[in-house]
Design a protein around this ligand. Structure first.
Ligand code: BEZ
Length: 211
């Protein structure tokens, strides 16, 4: 069964390159990103893991723990980490789940048999501190993901979790935002005393509140 937004992220215990983890316990009060890659020692995956390692400080700054997964073993991941370090110029600084029995891959519906019946697709799950799934993304094996976009969505999720705003197309942190339709103009006057631009009654543009 597919995992939907708002579902509790399934809990599991798994071997990783950083030892055995109990997923929910490992997440603690942090946000989480769980992402799968189809196979060890493959070119696109190598570049993805190197890029995530490079921008890990950006995930840390947002209180987000990152964890990768493939259906290869932890021993294989360890061997592959050497290649990633050598070719991408950075050590892999986050855990990778070894899932040769596809327990976690099946739990998260990461294998799409009509694409490939043994390897995972490129799934991304963003999980909130409440353990609920906030974002799911699925890419095909042949397309490397844009992890800057994952950071951008996390910025939006963290902003909109605390303020009654939504973020417009292509928004990035610091850009103007939109007052959610559920807030009346009367309530908006209290919440946004600096005022807003009424482009339409339902499209009220306001400065990003936490700036
Ligand atoms: C890759 O990571 O390069 C890859 C993995 C599986 C299929 C195609 C490409």
């Amino acid at each position: 069964m597919a995992i939907r937004l708002g579902d509790i992220a399934p809990d599991f215990t798994a071997d990783t390159t950083h030892g055995t983890i109990h997923f929910h316990e490992w997440l603690g009060t942090s946000w989480g990103v769980l992402f799968s890659h189809p196979k060890d020692f493959t070119p696109v995956c190598t570049t993805e893991l190197g890029y995530v390692a490079k921008i890990k400080p950006e995930f840390d700054r947002r209180n987000v723990k990152v964890i990768g997964l493939s259906v290869d073993s932890v021993e294989s991941h360890h061997r592959w980490e050497g290649d990633i370090g050598e070719t991408q110029g950075t050590p892999v600084n986050f855990p990778m789940i070894g899932d040769p029995d596809r327990v976690v891959a099946n739990l998260y519906d990461m294998i799409h048999p009509n694409a490939n019946d043994t390897l995972t697709v490129r799934s991304v799950f963003v999980i909130g501190p409440d353990k609920k799934v906030k974002l799911t993304i699925t890419y095909p094996a042949s397309t490397g993901r844009n992890f800057d976009e994952v950071l951008r969505v996390i910025d939006s999720l963290q902003l909109t979790a605390n303020h009654k705003v939504a973020t417009p197309a292509n928004w990035t942190d610091g850009g103007d935002v939109i007052i959610v339709p559920a807030v009346s103009d009367a309530d908006a006057k209290v919440m946004f005393p600096q005022g807003w631009t009424p482009v339409k009654p339902y499209l009220r543009v306001v400065k990003q509140p936490n700036r």
